[in-house]
Design a protein around this ligand. Structure first.
Ligand code: ADP
Ligand code: MG
Length: 412
């Protein structure tokens, strides 16, 4: 196992630490943060929120279509809750996201929510829970509503990447309300794809797990695929050039991390879990984990001995995305190599799968933890600690109910 250097020598050892000078280390703040977490641990009431089911009585006023394929994520919420309990947080509650959530949070006296939900229904569902937390005044682990919306709408995220000169697959969107697409007569299509007339990928702008992702050989077949994706999502449809190369994932989160339950602060985001997804012969797109679980033979954790250049590039791409998009919570990027050998970002997942690894099945994010001397509970502690650090240092106005818990005399 590759044990990561401690923060003093970390910049030198990272495959491509930023050339910019690191901000001064503030190790005292980590000590202070450790003390804050120690005080909070017995008192903090945490809700782990998973995706509510719109068919349950009282969940919504009117059920509407799901623009993003729905999933409850409850088993993963349970994994997160169990890790929090192992870390000493004994007041952890699982709750579905639905219209009764505010009442439940109030009734249970919740101080902090962990958002492990993709929403219940409707448009931009991934952002609904964060928007509700903002409205309720409950601090949460997860991206703010706007960032979640940007990340979970692939076309909007890709426009941000284009503005930042970060490479992504050539793309455009289509909506059947504009009639059938006519590629050869469409100026946007010709400008975007130039002399590329196939293959293409047609997929939902807000999707997950390779669902409704089509590989289309000829431009004449685009309309049918667009119709299928629209029928499933009632939303804009993304058309991309098909990228034929290798596929990678990489995760990035905030700079406070735990290893062996010890906190440390880095001078930059923590980039980890650089893995290659292994495609079977003839497998053009990575099969959904809903269909085939992620087992060790389906991914290769990159290592600095044999994959240095890919790791370096993935590190730089994800660092750039995290910093330039002002991200404040975990993301996992999906990356694919184009015909010219260049890495292109396919998408950013604002709520990557955090399933606790078992002997047979893992998640893309957790598969890379051992490389950093971390286990699952370290990851959960890292995400919690990084958020508490952010709240106490930059969001003082939103922690009015957390701050009193820091006083050793205060009641739970
Ligand atoms: N432009 C593309 N070229 C090649 N493969 C693609 C492209 N877009 C998507 N894929 C394949 O489809 C899978 C799912 O697409 P992705 O954009 O990651 O959406 P999601 O994971 O939300 O379904 C990817 O993991 C990749 O295997
Ligand atoms: Mg993906």
């Amino acid at each position: 196992m590759n044990v990561e250097p401690h923060e003093d020598d970390e910049a030198a050892a990272q495959p491509n630490a930023s050339p910019a000078p690191r901000p001064p280390r503030r190790t005292t703040r980590v000590v202070e943060l450790e003390q804050q977490i120690e005080r909070l641990t017995p008192k903090l009431r945490i809700a782990v929120v998973f995706g509510g089911d719109k068919t349950v009585d009282g969940a919504v006023i009117n059920p509407t279509p799901n623009t993003r394929p729905w999933k409850s994520y409850e088993p993963v919420a349970e994994d997160i809750a169990q890790a929090l309990r192992r870390l000493g947080f004994n007041q952890v509650f699982l709750m579905p996201e639905d219209m009764r959530l505010g009442d439940r949070l109030r009734r249970e006296g919740i101080h902090l929510a962990w958002l492990n939900t993709g929403g219940v229904q409707g448009y931009n569902p991934m952002a609904h829970a964060a928007a509700m937390m903002e409205m309720y005044g409950i601090p949460y682990i997860g991206h703010d509503p706007l960032t979640t919306g940007v990340l979970d709408n692939k076309h909007v995220f890709k426009r941000s990447l284009a503005a930042l000169d970060i490479r992504t697959a050539p793309f455009m969107t289509w909506h059947p309300a504009r009639g059938p697409i006519q590629p050869k007569a469409n100026g946007r299509f010709i400008r975007t794809f130039k002399d590329h007339w196939g293959p293409f990928v047609v997929k939902p702008v807000s999707g997950r797990g390779s669902l409704h992702v089509h590989v289309i050989e000829r431009e004449s077949d685009l309309s049918d695929a667009i119709a299928e994706v629209f029928a499933a999502t009632e939303n804009h449809v993304l058309i991309e050039a098909y990228l034929p190369g290798r596929e990678f994932c990489v995760a990035a989160c905030g700079s406070v991390t735990a290893r062996g339950r010890q906190l440390a602060r880095r001078g930059e985001p923590f980039v980890f879990a650089a893995v290659e997804r292994i495609l079977a012969p003839g497998e053009k797109i990575f099969t959904s984990m809903d269909v085939v679980p992620i087992t060790a033979d389906r991914l290769h954790v990159l290592n600095s001995a044999s994959d240095m250049s890919a790791m370096r590039e993935l590190h730089e791409i994800s660092r750039k995305v995290f910093v330039e998009l002002h991200l404040e919570s975990l993301v996992r990027l999906d990356v694919r190599v184009d015909a010219a050998g260049r890495m292109c970002i396919l998408e950013a997942n604002p709520k990557p799968d955090l399933r606790a690894p078992s002997e047979s099945v893992t998640s893309l994010v957790c598969a890379g933890l051992a490389e950093h001397g971390m286990d699952y509970d370290d990851l959960i502690l890292s995400l919690l600690a990084d958020r508490l650090d952010l709240l106490f240092s930059q969001r003082r106005g939103t922690v009015s109910r957390l701050s009193p818990l820091l006083q050793s005399s205060s009641a739970a």
